[in-house]
Design a binder for this molecule. Sequence first.
Ligand SMILES: Nc1ncnc2c1ncn2[C@@H]1O[C@H](COP(=O)(O)OP(=O)(O)OP(=O)(O)O)[C@@H](O)[C@H]1O
Ligand SMILES: [Mg+2]
Length: 449
Amino acid sequence: MKNSNIEHLTPKEIVSYLDKYVIDQDDAKKTIAVALRNRYRRMQLPEELQKDIVPKNILMIGSTGVGKTEIARRLAQMMQLPFIKVEASKYTEVGFVGRDVESMIRDLANIGLQLTRESENEKNREKIDQYVEDKILEKLLPPLPDGANEQKKEEYAHTLEKMRQKFRNGEMDDLKISIEMPPSSSISGMDDMLPPQMISVQESIVKVLGGVNKKGPVREITVKEAKKVLQNEASNFILDEDEIKALALEKVEKGSIVFIDEIDKIAVSSSSSSRQDPSKEGVQRDLLPIVEGSTVNTKIGMVKTDHILFIAAGAFHVSKPSDLLPELQGRFPLRVELNGLNEDVLYRILTEPENSLIKQYQALLGVEGMKLIFDDEALKAMAHYAFLANEKSEDIGARRLHTIIEKVLEDISFEADEYKGKEVVISSDDVTQKVADIVKDEDATNYIL
Ligand SMILES: Nc1ncnc2c1ncn2[C@@H]1O[C@H](COP(=O)(O)OP(=O)(O)OP(=O)(O)O)[C@@H](O)[C@H]1O
Ligand SMILES: [Mg+2]
């Protein structure tokens, strides 16, 4: 799906992409697909109307391990849009020690910047490659002095061409050359710790220092390594940083998604009598303006959050969506519930997704030279026991499959070396023998599975 811009995908196409990885949960997939498409629709409208159409944020409700984060993760993979997934419980109220909520937008801005830089690099790939090639060839074959005669010049041009061919074929990769490394960037590694007001100050410092101390240390490295080092240099040289920032700003403001996981953890449950953490409500209050639309100072400039799509997700076991501040509830008008996983869905999760659990284990043990085969009855049995275990003790959704499969394969994993070059077939009896007793006994289930 690379290179095809998600903005041009229809909701059906988005859903069918998600179908490859996430089983069931059709409502959630549809809602998200429509929300993304609505953004594209909005962009086609006259500007005044655009301003008034704000994205409808989504609240995903579903118990643990049913695919909430998985949907977001797959979306992120598919999209070439700035996307960030954050945990609501990681933030603290402004004024307290910890990360404030606004920092999620600053992180998002950094992601947008990175993404834009990559796509601009890609667009200018030829120029960048040319720059790198010229630089390296210059090192390998220093230019002639000014007064060289015609014959020398001809010879030089000839050798250079030969070198160029060799370089392009990768024949030069192991040669060593000395290259000026980029000036140390230790200062710019502190981004995260600096308050936003400091970022621009910090950047000017780097610029000033860079002006004085433009040259980094000279190192002997291979041509192959030099290519990487020079690619950065080339992109800094060819691309205009301000332009990239402007592009990134536009991308972030108009097309980004913030996925706020564990939102139920900052809800203050009214029914619970235990003492609640008052700062949770503070975090909710800090979230309000960001979700509603405010301006956050970031590395790429002032980011308006009005048109960022927010997707919040939570299990809401202890608390309910109505335990969130009413203002915050109102800002997530689209609600989707994710279904619990029944036996059939669990079976499909084992087998259908592109990189399903079964395929993962087969690949892992394949490294040991053994061929692992599950017969279909064995897969059904695993789904069956996973379902039972979920019913008997805590429902942990598809994560139960991990524990079951680990249990089933525990001996084989350990003795894999003995099966080198052999085929091992797991039957339903093997599964029953390994996990049936444990599932029957609730205590054992609680501890072992
Ligand atoms: N519907 C599904 N289809 C495919 N895989 C799934 C599905 N649901 C869960 N899984 C698998 O189970 C694991 C846990 O799922 P996920 O991280 O999405 O849980 P969650 O809903 O976010 O739960 P939590 O509330 O605990 O964060 C993932 O590794 C994922 O591969
Ligand atoms: Mg999750």
